[in-house]
Every structure is written in structure tokens, then in C-alpha cells.
Design a protein around this ligand. Sequence first.
Ligand SMILES: [Zn+2]
Length: 247
Amino acid sequence: MSIHFLNCFTCNARAPLDWRSGTLCLLVETDQGPVLVDTGLGQDDYIHQTSILRIFQVITIVPLNPQEAAVRQVAHLGYQPEDVRHIVLTHMHFDHCGGLPDFPHATIHVHRREYEAFAGRPRRWTDLGYVRRHIAHQPEFVLYDDTGSSWLGLTATRLPFEPAMWLVPLFGHTRGHCGVAVQTESGWLFHVGDAAPIDLGEYAPGWLVRVALGPHAPRLREFGAAHTRVRMTTGHMWLDFFEQGAE
Ligand SMILES: [Zn+2]
């Protein structure tokens, strides 16, 4: 079993210029075939750019390389798009689920609150990151609720795959945002998505992180300090992270 780390959307800061980051998607080999955790941009996003992506082009530097589409990277790893039967989403922002139409055979696993935030009327500014056409192909959804179970002390819901995977609610960045924990041969990987800044670093004042990413970053850093054997990743990682490819 291995986990491949894919950069499915490079997004660099205008200043400082050495802030070069990619959007982390996981390809996890499971008993039900390769499972994607988030998709990055989809192929159509490169052709018909969404308005939110155009805003990103103004405020950041986005090279927009279509080779970064998850479906192309999955092909490089030897899989057909239809081999991907399951996709787990941390949340449904355009840069995390734009690739859903490229995997029309996949069932989408997401927290019910996130799906409802996506499908309902926009209520807050982070809802502007949702792009309706990303589910225009009407994929099948499995929606998760809190079940009272927990993973390493955090409220979590078990996902139906082996090795074990858990959906860990970290609401705030979006109304139903979750992290995803994956059991690996060397221990747990805890992908916290956009609930914390890149690689859990402290680059901005706490209030700003709270507004943009929700309230969890301090608690997640404490969790990391208390569980040094759990490897933690974030929805956006420095570009050099991706050079390792797989775990
Ligand atoms: Zn996001």
C-alpha cells in the first residue's frame, strides 16, 4: 500500500517570490482500488476558467499547467480514470474538487454539512469558492454525519476503505471542512486540508488564520506535538514537498 502525493494546482505568492506552493491531493491504494483525496483543478478548468480562478490569477501567480490535472497524474501512475471509483473530499472549494468531472465513475465521499454548504445558497465569503459545474455530471455522493466515534481523540467518522481511513471534522474554513487520516505502513498520515496554513507553519497573525482557515490551527499544532509519529500535511504544501512523490 502506498500513498502518492500529487500537486494538482500550483499557486505561488506574488510576494515573497520564494513562496511557491502546490495543492496536495493524495492517491491512496486501498482494497477498493486507488482512492483520491481531493482532486485539484480539472481539465475543463484549464479551458474554461472559472471566475474565482481568474481572481486567483490576479492576486497570485498560477502557472496553469494542465499536466497538473489529477486525471493526467493518475494516468502516469498506470491507472485509467475509471479505476478511480472513490474520491474523498476535504471540502468542495474549486481548487480541491474541480477534477470531479474527470472521474465520472467515482462516488464522492464528503461530510453532509459540506455538501449542504455547496448546494445551498451562499451565506459567507468562503462560499464563493464553490463552483456548481464541478458536480454538473451528477456524481453519486455518500454523505457523512458525526457518529460519535473518534480517531486518536478527535471526533471522526470511519470511511469504508482498508487500510483504515477516517474523516475528521474540522469545520471553519468552510462549513463542512474535514481532515482525512490514513493508516500507512509507517504510521498515520493526517491530512488536515485547509484547516491550517502550509505545513502547519505560523506565517500570519492568529486572527487572520482564524478568518481564512477556521479556528483549528493552534489545536492541530498541539495535536502534532503530542503525536509525533503522526505525519501531518496541509491542503497546500511547499513545492519541494512534492519531489518525494510517495510514502
Ligand atoms: Zn479551500
